[in-house]
Design a protein around this ligand. Structure first.
Ligand code: IPD
Ligand code: CA
Ligand code: CA
Length: 264
C-alpha cells in the first residue's frame, strides 16, 4: 500500500487543532447533554459535532479511507483492511461536562491493522502527544524519552477506583494488592489521557477491564512507539474492532503485573 503519510499526518494535526478550537469555543455555549448505555454514560452535542467534523474532512480529502468513531458517524467496519482512522472526538466526556478540563481528542491511524500514526490532544492544556511509526513519540514538538522498566514499588499506576472494589468484570483482590504494593495510584477519567501519560513516562501503567477501540487506538500507537507494551489483561493483542480489557505499561512493569497480579 502506498499511502502519503506526510499528507495524512499534516491533515490530522491541522484537524485535531481545529477540533480543539471548536471544543474550547463551545465552553461559551449551552451544552445539550444526553445519556447512552446508562445514566453515567454521557454524550453531548459537542462530541457528535466533532466526530461529524472529522468524518466530513476525512471523506472529502481521503475518500478511500475508513473511519471507526464512537458516535456512529463512521463506517460499519468488519475488517481492518486499508487505512482506518479510529477516533474518539472527546474522551473523558464526564470531565468535559463537569470540569471543562481533563479530556482529549484521540486518533489512531492504521494501515491493514498496523498503527502508523497516534494522536492524543489534551484540549485545555494544549498538549498534543504525537507518534509516527519509526519516528518516536513527541509532545508539542519535543521528543519524549524511550520507556524503561521500573520496580512495582516505584510505580505509579492508573486504575479507576471501581476496579478496586467488588465488581462484575474482574476479581478486584489481586488489584488491591497491586495498589498497595505500588508507590501510588491515580485516576484521571480519560483513558486516552492516561495512555498518553504512560507513553510520556508520567505513569508507569494503566489498566481497565473494558475499553472500546476509540478509547485506546491513539494511545496504543503512542505507547508502542515509546517502547511500552499494550495488551489485554491476559497478555493477548488487542482487537481493534471490539471491546477489550487493557493493560498498558512500561516494559518490565507490564510483564510483572501480568505474572504477579493477573495470572490465575
Ligand atoms: C470513557 C473514558 C473513561 C473510561 C471509560 C470510557 P468517554 O470514554 O475513557 O476514562 O473509564 O471506559 O468509556 O465515554 O468519555 O469517551
Ligand atoms: Ca472514550
Ligand atoms: Ca468519547
Amino acid at each position: 500500500m502506498t499511502a502519503k503519510w506526510d499528507e495524512i499526518d499534516q491533515c490530522a494535526q491541522q484537524w485535531i487543532r481545529e477540533a480543539g478550537e471548536r471544543i474550547r469555543a463551545s465552553f461559551a455555549e449551552k451544552l445539550t447533554i444526553e445519556t447512552k448505555a446508562n445514566a453515567n454514560d454521557l454524550v453531548t452535542n459537542v462530541d457528535r459535532g466533532i466526530e461529524q467534523f472529522f468524518a466530513a474532512q476525512i471523506r472529502r480529502r481521503f475518500p478511500d479511507h475508513h473511519l471507526l468513531g464512537e458516535e456512529g458517524f463512521g463506517d460499519p467496519l468488519e475488517a481492518l483492511d486499508g487505512i482506518v482512522w479510529i477516533i474518539d472526538p472527546i474522551d473523558g466526556t464526564m470531565n468535559f461536562v463537569h470540569q471543562q478540563r481533563h479530556f482529549a481528542v484521540s486518533i489512531g491511524v492504521f494501515a491493514d491493522g498496523v498503527g502508523q500514526l497516534g494522536y492524543v490532544y489534551d484540549v485545555v492544556a494544549d498538549e498534543l502527544y504525537w507518534a509516527r511509526k519509526g519516528q518516536g513519540v513527541w509532545l508539542n514538538g519535543a521528543p519524549l524519552s524511550r520507556l524503561r522498566p521500573v520496580p512495582i514499588a516505584e510505580s505509579v499506576i492508573a486504575v479507576n477506583a471501581t476496579w478496586l472494589m467488588e465488581n462484575r468484570r474482574l476479581d478486584h483482590r489481586p488489584l488491591v494488592r497491586l495498589a498497595k504494593e505500588a508507590r501510588g495510584t491515580r485516576s484521571y477519567g480519560s483513558a486516552a489521557l492516561e495512555l498518553a501519560y504512560v507513553a510520556a513516562g508520567r505513569l508507569d501503567a494503566y489498566l481497565s477491564p473494558r475499553l472500546s477501540p476509540w478509547d485506546f487506538a491513539g494511545g496504543m500507537v503512542l505507547i508502542e512507539e515509546a517502547g511500552g507494551v499494550v495488551t489485554n489483561l491476559n497478555g493477548a493483542p488487542l482487537d481493534l474492532l471490539g471491546p477489550n480489557s487493557v493493560l498498558a505499561a512500561k516494559p518490565g512493569v507490564h510483564e510483572e503485573i501480568l505474572q504477579r497480579y493477573l495470572s490465575r
